[in-house]
Write a protein that binds this ligand. Structure first.
Ligand SMILES: Cc1ncc(COP(=O)(O)O)c(C=O)c1O
Length: 479
């Protein structure tokens, strides 16, 4: 690997400066690169950001407080942060064709919270204040304040169920969204394992939610957002789409027309670090009528913005606007289809029978007699990083699970193509076929497993061969 590249020099210098203060952390940073270089990364929510994106975060922009929005700050001296935030927001608007973008959320959870509270502020708080004859919450007397709090706390949300692929932030009890809203969820059709829009419409008519959330972390198919909007309009709900997982496919114009959420939903949230390949963070896009409420994310639910991360978002969004990124997005989907095909040809059962996005849900219970937890651990032994995931109507529950979620954004960034996906499918199936549940007192264990001799080593060798052909950060040599 080249040791004289600008990237090598930048990172070696940065690490030596860090090592002067805390050598353990400097080693950990280098160690994470080592680890990632040794593993085939199939975690659907991870990627590898560019050196430009990563470096945009490691600087003194981090030192500046800038609560408020562009041109309306609660601190002096924010002209540079104004420039950074305006540039990132403009890049997001352009890339996604959205009327308004808010780039301050620190993560996907935060983006969703901003979106929920923007909807609540517009649909519940504003009319309640008008009803009570005041224009600001601070002008409410105690009984008015209690009435507003009661009304805000009694709203309904309809989202996708967890075992169908929804996310905890879509109204589930362990997350604050589940404590804020009365929630009901729609699942998938038991026969096809796909979204059943007629059933979503029936539930919406019955439940009359304020918010309908579409979007997922583990659903291997596209969603028709035009239909979801029709359903929302019919019951007077606001359609919110969480495109955290597939934002890169929207940016790269793989998901267009009815599959592009931006023209259909009133509000769209995303993370920036998954298929979009940016820094960790979130963005909210919305229609003009929600903009003033979204812009109050700080101080409504967020602390001061992170100017260094907004800078990195601007860099990543500029990268995502390039034609190479669209080609990358198409390759992600082609690779997922090739991986699905390779797994199925080797006898694996996939939820919905395949994929038309960036992810695959492999039913390891039916295919290999394993729990998701056993499969996840066995694959890690063999140099393949994945995560276990519940499948619809999962008999093993949310902890052990019956599935493994596989995603192609990261390996596609490395340059692997459809031919290599067949090799990856073979590595996965060979390893899982060599694993079996360990015996436990009352039957097979759900956690422990046994692996045939040499299976893990053979798998690691094959993974290493692929990774040697497609190295991670080829321009960075830390030695
Ligand atoms: C659909 C969806 N929304 C939100 C999030 C939360 O993102 P973050 O981890 O950045 O808070 C995730 C991440 O797993 C996700 O998959």
């Amino acid at each position: 690997m080249p040791s004289s590249t600008r990237e090598s020099l930048a990172y070696r210098t940065a690490l030596s400066i860090i090592a002067d203060v805390d050598p353990v952390i400097a080693q950990a940073i280098a160690g994470e690169l080592d680890n990632q270089r040794r593993q085939l990364k199939l975690i659907a929510s991870e990627n590898y950001a560019s050196a430009a994106t990563l470096l945009a975060m490691g600087n003194w922009l981090s030192d500046k407080y800038a609560e408020g929005t562009v041109g309306h700050r609660f601190y002096a001296g924010c002209e540079v942060v104004d420039l950074v935030e305006a540039r990132a927001a403009e890049a997001a608007r352009q890339l996604f064709g959205a009327p308004h973008a808010y780039v301050q959320p620190h993560s996907g959870i935060d983006a969703n919270l901003v979106a929920y509270w923007a909807i609540l502020a517009r649909q519940v708080e504003a009319p309640t204040l008008a009803d009570l004859g005041v224009s600001h919450v601070n002008d409410l007397d105690e009984s008015g304040w209690e009435r507003l709090r009661h009304t805000l706390g009694n709203q309904r949300l309809l989202g996708m169920s967890l075992d169908a692929g929804g996310h905890l932030t879509h109204g589930f009890r362990p997350n604050i969204s589940g404590k804020m809203f009365h929630q009901r969820s729609y699942g998938t059709d038991p026969a096809t394992e796909r979204l059943d829009y007629t059933e979503v419409a029936r539930l919406a008519r019955e439940f009359r939610p304020l918010v309908i959330v579409a979007g997922y972390s583990a659903y291997p198919r596209r969603i028709d957002f035009a239909v979801m909007r029709q359903i929302a309009d019919e019951v007077g709900a606001t359609l919110m789409v969480d495109m955290a997982h597939f934002a890169g496919l929207v940016a790269g114009k793989v998901f267009v027309d009815d599959f592009d959420p931006v023209p259909h939903a009133q509000i769209v949230t995303t993370t920036t670090h998954k298929s979009l390949r940016g820094p960790r963070g979130g963005i909210v896009l919305c229609q003009p009528e929600l903009a003033e409420f979204v812009d109050k994310g700080t101080p409504m639910v967020l602390g001061g913005p992170m100017p260094h991360v907004m800078a990195a978002k601007a860099v990543a969004l500029a990268e995502a606007a390039r034609p190479e990124f669209a080609a990358y997005a198409y390759r992600i989907v082609d690779n997922a289809a090739a991986l699905a095909d390779g797994l199925q040809r080797r006898g694996a059962r996939l939820v919905t029978g395949g994929t038309d996005n960036h992810l695959i849900l492999l039913d390891v219970a039916t295919s290999f007699g394993l729990t998701g937890r056993q499969a996840e651990a066995a694959l890690l032994d063999g140099g393949v990083v994945t995560n276990r995931n519940a499948i619809p109507r999962d008999a093993n529950g949310a902890w052990y699970t019956s599935g493994i979620r596989l995603g192609t954004p990261a390996l596609t960034t490395l340059g692997l193509g459809v031919t290599e996906m067949d090799e990856v499918a073979d590595i996965i199936c060979s390893l899982l076929a060599a694993a079996s549940p360990a015996p436990a007192g009352s039957g097979p264990s759900k956690a422990r497993y046994e692996l045939a001799p040499d299976a893990a080593e053979a798998s690691r060798r094959r993974a290493a061969e692929l990774l040697a052909r497609f190295p991670l950060y080829p321009d960075i040599d830390l030695s």
